[in-house]
Design a protein around this ligand. Structure first.
Ligand code: G3H
Ligand code: 13P
Ligand code: NA
Ligand code: ZN
Length: 328
């Protein structure tokens, strides 16, 4: 059944667990998420970026979600717009049956220019008014995602901003978070504390200097009833890097967000954890392996089936690690 983000995260808070939010672009990813959820009895957050909506087509995506809900009627599913860049994107997501939207007002509508605090409050409040009148939840974002190692802020297209950002700009300010939640009425708040999207988050295993989990703890102290969201939270597991490189890929050594740090966040109000890169890597590794081992193969099912299976394993592990398993 379909459920809103608010309903899911309220339950998660009550029972002190976190929910991974996995990105979808195609049928195989949708089936992988649902097979994993079914195996461990977890509720589900599926999210689609603007890029995913363009790639798959809105109608295809909407009907795919209908199908997944029909195939697994006993699993609660929240369909969420990832990184909505303005009210129009959020409104059309609602029209296509999404039960939750992210209004990412940390950036301007071009999704690459950092926005003022006033703009963020204004646009997020507007989306909350609209979405809530339709029974849809809203995630806001305060603070710019980016690396505390390099000072590079991150625009949606994966390119860094011109010029370096200071530590303060890359970390959500707890006072501002209190004001932002009061002024906008968001159901969940994404915060910046040193993570970034994609595989290249850290050049070494992150410690407190580059992954500021203390910011989460402080914000949770100040906003104990606000559901916190961690973006850029793939763990970039070594075994997935190795399999890609073993079968002809070229990924330089990199580090993601360790699962134990996410588990620490979950103890301090983190309820939604966004994971896409790990699934992309699992899929790519499996396809590379199959095509290297069976160079004569040309039936797409021969490589998409192991790809789906590799993603299912990642999803299932996160449901268990974040504690949502058993809560469907
Ligand atoms: O926001 C980042 C997610 O990994 C989605 O990425 O915009 O390339 O679909 P995307
Ligand atoms: P990763 O790139 O770490 O998987 O983050 C995904 C994300 O935050 C989507 O919004
Ligand atoms: Na999101
Ligand atoms: Zn994100």
């Amino acid at each position: 059944a379909r459920i809103t983000l608010r309903q899911l995260l309220d339950h998660a808070a009550e029972h002190e667990y976190g929910l991974p939010a996995f990105n979808i672009n195609n049928m195989e990813q949708g089936l992988a998420i649902m097979e994993a959820a079914d195996a461990v009895n977890s509720p589900v957050i599926i999210q689609a970026s603007r890029g995913a909506r363009n790639y798959a087509n809105d109608i295809m995506l909407a009907k795919m979600i209908d199908a997944l809900v029909d195939i697994y009627p006993h699993i609660p599913v929240c369909m969420h717009q990832d990184h909505g860049n303005g009210p129009a994107t959020c409104a059309t997501a609602i029209q296509y049956g999404f039960t939750s939207v992210m209004m990412d007002g940390s950036l301007m509508e071009d999704a690459k220019t950092p926005a003022s605090y006033e703009y963020n409050v204004e646009v997020t409040r507007k989306v909350v008014q609209m979405a809530h009148s339709c029974g849809v939840s809203v995630e806001g974002e305060l603070g710019v995602l980016g690396s505390l190692e390099t000072g590079m802020g991150e625009a949606e297209d994966g390119h860094g901003f011109e010029g370096k950002l200071s530590h303060d700009e890359l970390l959500t300010d707890p006072d501002q978070a209190v004001d932002f939640v009061a002024q906008t009425g968001v159901d969940a708040l994404a915060i910046a504390m040193g993570t970034s999207h994609g595989a290249y988050k850290f050049t070494r295993k992150p410690d407190g200097d580059v992954l500021a989990m203390n910011v989460i703890e402080e914000i949770h102290r100040r906003l104990p009833n606000t559901h916190l969201v961690m973006h850029g939270s793939s763990s970039v597991p070594q075994d997935l890097q190795d399999i890609i490189n073993q079968y002809g890929g070229e990924m330089p050594q990199t580090w993601g967000v360790p699962v134990e740090e996410i588990q620490r966040g979950i103890k301090h109000g983190v309820r939604k954890i966004n994971v896409d890169t790990d699934n992309r890597m699992a899929i790519t590794g499996a396809i590379r392996k199959l095509l290297v081992e069976k160079p004569g193969e040309f039936d797409p099912r021969a490589y998409l089936k192991p790809a789906k299976e590799a993603m299912r394993k990642v999803c299932q592990a996160r449901f268990v690690e974040f504690g949502s398993a058993g809560h469907a």
